[in-house]
Design a protein around this ligand. Structure first.
Ligand code: SF4
Length: 397
């Protein structure tokens, strides 16, 4: 079992992340924030797809006011509970201060918070470093004050690709630099008595993202406060490779007990991100949002058409969220390898199968064609059956 590393609980509007609360799934809309109507529709689509926190970009002060309109429209449409996060860009402390009135969390990027383009390889003097730090402290104090007044949380979101030049000068382009960048901002928050903080350390390269998150998790263990970590692989791209990259990065850390909220960033419709997040969480046993199907790949021992049966069993039972159902090719290894599934459909002989409840072979030698009906009958007998939603037709029974 995964033992999660303990972090503070931080409230993001109607949701709490950190501690032992379920790992929250989040995404970000891609619409222009000034197009309030489209933003509202996009957020509702994500909310209905199961997204639990939605981020919206806020590039300018006008957009801070658009966020207020978006929030009001969501409320009017019955979606006022979905936590909203405003993404703040370069030199955006005034925007952050304003938008904190309208959202549940703001996301600031330490690399861009006080941003001044410098000449390539231009060195920093001690005085310049001090001056930049003072400016950050001054502006952060303003933002923190606004967050405190409005009950708004803050994500300190470091990206490997946008580390500040000062941090790069001191620590190089490294996971250590990412961690120091986050800690510098955390220290300012703590010095102002502000603890509603979430931290992310993202990179498009999985090993860097892993190293940075492991390191900050170690550093948190040495400090008084450990803040919830938001995990993600940035610019993962699209298609299968993006999903694999995100799963490897996010899943590896979650398996180590690191992480409290996740986003899978795909260069696709944001709706596509949600099932990937839930699949990562389900595979690790961290959340259960669907039936866990366990099926062997079949081999020469299989005496029925397993690849045809698997989708049929799935179609008949996939609405029974919470159950584990195994479809195994043979009686020799199947019962042992279906682990602790609640029910099993296991090949017995030519065209014949057995139905299991846990490790008990309840029905032996049932003709393959009747197998699914018997499986359903057993689930009903156990009082664990529910009728599928009206729109869903159970096929081929
Ligand atoms: S469970 Fe049986 S049929 Fe399936 S792969 Fe293993 S040995 Fe082959």
């Amino acid at each position: 079992m995964i033992k999660r590393k303990l972090t503070r609980e931080v409230r993001i509007g109607s949701r709490t992340i950190g501690g032992d609360t379920p790992i929250a799934v989040q995404s970000m809309i891609v619409e222009d924030t000034s197009d309030v109507k489209s933003c509202v529709e996009a957020i509702i689509r994500l909310d209905e797809a199961g997204c639990e926190i939605v981020r919206v970009t806020t590039p300018n002060l006008k957009d801070a006011h658009h966020l207020a309109e978006i929030r009001a429209a969501l409320k009017a449409r019955g979606h006022g509970q979905i936590p909203l996060v405003a993404d703040i860009h370069h030199n955006g402390y005034k925007i952050a201060r304003e938008v904190s009135r309208h959202v549940d969390k703001i996301r600031i990027n330490p690399g861009l918070f006080v941003f001044k383009r410098r000449l390539p390889d231009q060195e920093y003097t001690e005085a310049e470093i001090r001056e930049e730090r003072e400016k950050i402290h001054e502006q952060m104090t303003e933002v923190i004050k606004a967050c405190k007044n409005n009950g708004t949380a803050m994500r300190i979101g470091v990206n490997h690709g946008s580390l500040s030049e000062r941090m790069m000068f001191i620590h190089g382009d490294t996971p250590e630099g990412m961690v120091e960048s986050a800690l510098e901002f955390i220290d300012i928050c703590e010095s102002e008595g502000f603890y509603d903080i979430v931290v992310s350390l993202k990179a498009s390269r999985v090993p860097i993202m892993l190293a940075a998150n492991r390191l900050i998790s170690e550093r948190f263990a040495e400090r008084i406060n450990a803040y919830p970590l938001h995990l993600g692989v940035t610019e993962a791209g699209d298609g299968q490779y993006a999903r694999i990259k995100s799963t490897v990065g996010i899943g590896t850390l979650l398996a180590e007990g690191i992480g409290d909220t996740i986003r899978v960033s795909l260069a696709e419709d944001p709706l596509e991100e949600i099932p990937v997040c839930y699949d990562i969480l389900q595979a690790l046993g961290l959340r259960k949002t669907k039936v866990e199907f366990i099926a062997c790949p079949s081999c020469g021992r299989t005496k029925f058409n397993l690849t045809e049966v698997v989708p049929k069993v799935r179609a008949a039972t996939e609405h029974l969220v919470g159950l584990d159902i195994a479809i195994m090719g043979c009686i020799v290894n199947g019962p042992g390898e279906m682990a602790d599934a609640d029910y099993g459909y296991v090949g017995k002989g030519l065209g014949r199968i057995s139905i299991y409840r846990g490790h008990e072979e309840v029905l032996k030698n049932v003709p393959e064609d009747d197998g699914i009906a018997h499986l359903i009958a057993l689930i009903k007998e156990d009082g664990r059956w529910e009728e599928p939603p009206a729109t869903k037709k159970v096929a081929n029974l």
